[in-house]
Design a protein around this ligand. Structure first.
Ligand SMILES: Cc1ncc(C[n+]2csc(CCOP(=O)(O)OP(=O)(O)O)c2C)c(N)n1
Length: 492
């Protein structure tokens, strides 16, 4: 799993020169940690097939002469297909002049007499790493990190807590008690399994659908409620929209509304960890919708060799934009190689797979001091936010299928139950106690005072600058004039 996508060009090139599998194993061995077996038979088999094809295949893109190129016509689409070669070029021509190549600024590039175009897609899609089948059994031969009882139960409880918190806060918004909310429904595994696979020193740059990391790290339900209700006790003192959580103490950057903001920032934060020789990495989350804007972040991280783990929650939709209108590539995973970033694809609804993938990826990022990209395939079960009605652009059958048949928490529960670590009575007890806790947090937040008006102007600068003092004065005058339009519960 860890090696399948790793620097595949280098590996394949070496493999072509070392066609027997045992020497290939040695090449892989150099790139593996001692703790992780990389020799899954399927992985070796797929490399063997791939290399076999490459060795035996004649270069299909070879044109007899340049004259043929000139007479080539657009409508000859079948011929055009012949010009498109697989991503890896063959090196069959032994002509010294041709093979001398050119020493380009970033390394040597060989010449080829073949006119080849890189295919826009490979025949096979990148497979998705999975450990648990739909019934919660581990798939035979799957390689994964063992999870002990205490961790597994904490993971399951956190997934349920996230679900209950989402249901109640969502309802509170519908009742008009909150101005905005957004759920993580369907993405509980990515939230919690990632959180469990990291250490508290890893710095999170979230998008907005990852409150589970905060929950795992000890952010209380009261703290969530305080932020959502904009109380004086909220970490941000009511200065952010609901769900824009942040916690300095828990190494969780405050969420930014403009999407993809966090990605170049992540490269910078990770570079600072590198300079300080920290045994930690940055984990930057994004949705598939961010990939239109992620160039700066990924490229910056790649060239600076910043230890940042980019996790793309590919949940199929960016509000009403389906992934088919977001990109034409094989999802997000393949984009990594174009940036020189190792990447892998995981089933985002499989808690054990996400946990194992993120633990392994994290270790690689820190040990090699390089970024990595993980694409987690999942589905946004809820509406984008309380400002959206997703039934206007997708079918209820589709939503229902993911909500029930592919529910990540249900699947993980099956596994935990089979282990004998969880029972029906535990479920009933847990659900009722979390429900009470969330409702009580809402009650407290509802009654807590809003932050003082002056808090709007503090905390950014050591001493409040003149322009902000002027703005405060002007605001106070406006409130005096139009006090009926100003919220009565904000102490002036
Ligand atoms: C720069 C920017 N452009 C557009 C928006 C409006 N917007 C908010 S969320 C969103 C969709 C993001 O989708 P995705 O990244 O897939 O995350 P998901 O909501 O699916 O988790 C858009 C377009 C924004 N907030 N910022």
């Amino acid at each position: 799993m860890t090696i399948l996508l790793a620097n595949s060009r280098t590996i394949i090139t070496k493999f072509l020169k070392n066609t027997n599998v045992s020497s290939f194993k040695n090449i892989l061995k150099q790139r593996c940690t001692e703790n992780h077996s990389c020799f899954h038979p399927n992985i070796l088999a797929s490399y063997k097939t791939l290399a076999g094809d490459l060795i035996s295949g004649k270069p299909r893109g070879l044109l007899a002469s340049s004259a043929a190129v000139l007479t080539f016509r657009r409508q000859e689409s079948a011929r055009a297909e012949e010009l498109v070669e697989a991503v890896t070029y063959t090196e069959e021509n032994n002509d010294d002049d041709v093979n001398k190549g050119i020493d380009f600024s970033d390394g040597r590039v060989t010449f080829t007499p073949q006119m080849q175009f890189i295919s826009e897609s490979s025949e096979k899609r990148v497979p998705c790493y999975r450990v648990l089948d739909d019934d919660g059994y581990t798939i035979t031969g799957s390689i994964f990190e063992q999870v002990d009882e205490e961790t597994a139960v904490k993971m399951y409880k956190s997934m349920v807590t996230l679900q209950i918190m989402d249901t109640i806060f969502y309802e509170a918004q519908r009742q008009g008690r909150l101005s905005f909310y957004l759920t993580s429904s369907g993405e509980e595994a990515i939230n919690i399994a990632t959180a469990a696979a990291l250490t508290p020193d890893d710095i999170i740059l979230p998008q907005y659908r990852e409150p589970g990391i905060l929950l795992w790290r000890g952010f209380t339900l009261q703290q969530f409620a305080n932020q959502l209700f904009g109380t004086k006790d909220g970490e941000d003192k009511g200065r952010q929209m609901p769900i824009h959580y942040g916690s300095k103490q828990l190494n969780y950057f405050t969420i930014s509304s403009p999407i993809a903001t966090q990605l170049p920032q992540a490269a910078g934060v990770a570079y600072s960890l590198k300079m300080d020789n920290k045994e930690a990495c940055v984990v930057a989350f994004m949705g598939d919708g961010c990939t239109s804007d992620f160039h700066a972040g990924l490229n910056f991280a790649a060239v600076m060799e910043a230890p940042v783990l980019f996790i793309c929650r590919n949940n199929g939709w960016a509000i009403s934009t389906p992934t088919s209108e977001q990109f034409r590539s094989d999802g997000v995973v393949v984009k990594g190689q174009a940036y020189g970033i190792r990447s892998m694809r995981v089933d985002g609804n499989d808690t054990l797979a996400v946990y194992s993938a993120i633990r392994t990826a994290r270790e690689m990022v820190i040990r090699e001091q390089k970024p990595m990209l993980v694409e987690a395939l999942t589905y946004r079960v809820g509406h984008h936010s309380t400002s959206d009605d997703s039934t206007k652009y997708r079918s209820t059958n589709e939503i229902e299928h993911w909500k029930t048949d592919r529910n990540p928490a249900n699947k993980f529960r099956k596994w935990v139950q089979k282990k004998g670590w969880w029972a029906e009575e535990d479920e009933t007890k847990l659900r009722s106690s979390i429900r009470k806790e969330v409702l009580s947090a809402i009650q407290v937040a509802d009654k807590t005072e809003k932050p003082y008006l002056e808090d709007l102007f503090t905390d950014v600068y050591d001493r409040v600058p003149l322009n902000l003092r002027e703005q405060e004065k002007s605001l106070r005058e406006t409130i005096k004039k139009h006090h009926q339009d100003f919220p009565a519960d904000v102490p002036v």
